[in-house]
Design a binder for this molecule. Structure first.
Ligand code: ZN
Length: 427
């Protein structure tokens, strides 16, 4: 078995309920892969760890260790495969949050690929070996080559390119920074380019959007036990004003509901302010740090000159060198900040929270966006800023002022945080 060769196959694991003391895994392979797997498995077989039955293109093995000695996490195969010197590339299924059914049995777990003799991380980084192209002053990869590297399916029609895989559907539009990633609008750093039928995606967007959203980002190890909720504005700073309505009042009310929802889910949740007092936005990350929070979630409501603008946005820190999505000009330089060390977690958290809000509230999805807001760029932990609706839009404002809607929004944000927690804490 060549340690450096790449073998792709689909792995389907299913729990054998008839023999509950054993875990059975069916590995559907091609002949070539099957041969390599067999050699690898034999090592473990020699140690008495596994026994197996092999057929020509179908291989079944049994973990001899009684199933009850494995907890659910280890059942995901890491223990078994690690002992075989196999690494798994995990294309992570979407967890839609607290209300989603738990992946309670192995039968519902699938692995996209088995990658022999190399580390999981190295495989997830396969895109780094793809050729780069310079277009319009930005560096791009061919979307077709990126899709091929991960065995994703690519279809193009006119100015639209759709990439599909077992867990994901990605929609790109030529000359647009707006993509749809697993059902959520995500703003890219550079527009998707097209030449004839060939689509190109910015290298920066592959690194800072696609990889963290499609593959596991549980390294370096980050856990989620405590969340600092930051109600925007306060005291002398009312935030957006719409008639008698002040943003600072509604961000605090939403924060208090979110705190209840997170506590009910067993997490620690603190507030950066619990009364109508002023903190400089740049000081809020240090409040979160003093509270020993693992995440910082800042809550705001939007306003626009055009009163028809409505819907929900979630911001996370702009990657180094990229330009932001926000139109207000704060932090428009393209430098790097310490907060950029959390880039993969920032976007994953933003995606999960935006996804939960859009799914559960049915409001327009204005997307995951990028900004170097002070509360984000000085953060010493993964951080997002939620814009929960437009005070300048009468229908949005009515919802913002409505206690029942506020409770639902708080629960949706909490569900998003829980889905993120589950995603990063999965093995
Ligand atoms: Zn605000």
């Amino acid at each position: 078995m060549s340690g450096q060769s790449l073998f792709m196959c689909n792995v389907h694991a299913s729990q054998n309920t008839a023999a509950s003391h054993y875990q059975r895994m069916h590995i559907i392979t091609n002949t070539h892969t099957h041969h390599a797997l067999t050699i690898g498995l034999n090592r473990a077989l020699n140690q008495g760890f596994l026994r197996h039955e092999a057929a020509k293109s179908r291989l079944t093995f049994f973990a001899v260790t009684p199933a009850r000695e494995f907890n659910q996490r280890s059942l995901s195969g890491r223990i078994i495969f690690a002992s075989l010197n196999f690494s798994l590339l995990l294309e992570i299924p979407v967890h839609s949050g607290q209300s989603a059914p738990m992946q309670g049995c192995l039968g519902r777990v699938s692995w996209l690929a088995v990658f022999l003799g190399m580390a999981t991380a190295a495989f997830a980084q396969a895109w780094t070996r793809l050729p780069r192209t310079e277009l319009y002053g930005n560096e791009y990869l061919r979307l077709s080559q990126w899709a091929e590297a991960y065995k994703f399916d690519l279809r193009t029609q006119g100015d639209t390119a759709i990439v599909t895989s077992r867990w994901s559907r990605l929609v790109f539009k030529a000359d647009s920074r707006q993509a749809e990633i697993r059902g959520v609008v995500v703003h890219l750093s550079v527009p998707v380019a097209r030449q004839g039928n060939e689509f190109f995606i910015g290298t920066m967007d592959v690194a800072t959007v696609l990889q963290p959203l499609l593959f596991n980002v549980n390294s370096p190890k980050v856990t989620v036990r405590s969340i600092c909720i930051d109600p925007g504005h306060g005291g002398k700073d009312p935030g957006n004003l719409e008639g008698k309505f002040q943003e600072k009042r509604y961000t605090l009310l939403l924060a208090q509901e979110l705190q209840k929802a997170l506590k009910a889910a067993g997490l620690k949740a603190t507030l950066s302010r619990s009364t109508d007092i002023y903190h400089d936005p740049a000081d809020r990350p240090s409040i979160a740090r003093r509270q020993k929070a693992d995440l910082l979630v800042s809550l705001h409501y939007n306003s626009a000159a055009d009163s028809s603008a409505r819907g929900i946005e979630t911001y996370c820190m702009t990657p180094a060198k990229a330009s932001s999505t926000n139109a207000r000009g704060e932090g428009t330089n393209t430098g790097a900040y310490p907060a950029n060390s959390f880039d993969p977690h920032n976007i994953l958290l933003a995606w999960h929270v935006q996804n939960a809000m859009v799914q559960k509230l049915g409001l327009p999805d204005r997307g995951v966006r990028r900004a170097r807001f002070a509360v984000l760029r000085f953060s010493a932990m993964p951080a997002i800023l939620v814009e929960g609706g437009f005070m300048s839009n009468p229908a949005d404002m009515a919802r913002i002022a409505d206690a029942t809607h506020r409770k639902k929004m708080a629960q949706a944000i909490a569900d998003g945080i829980l889905a993120y927690k589950k995603a990063i804490e999965s093995p």
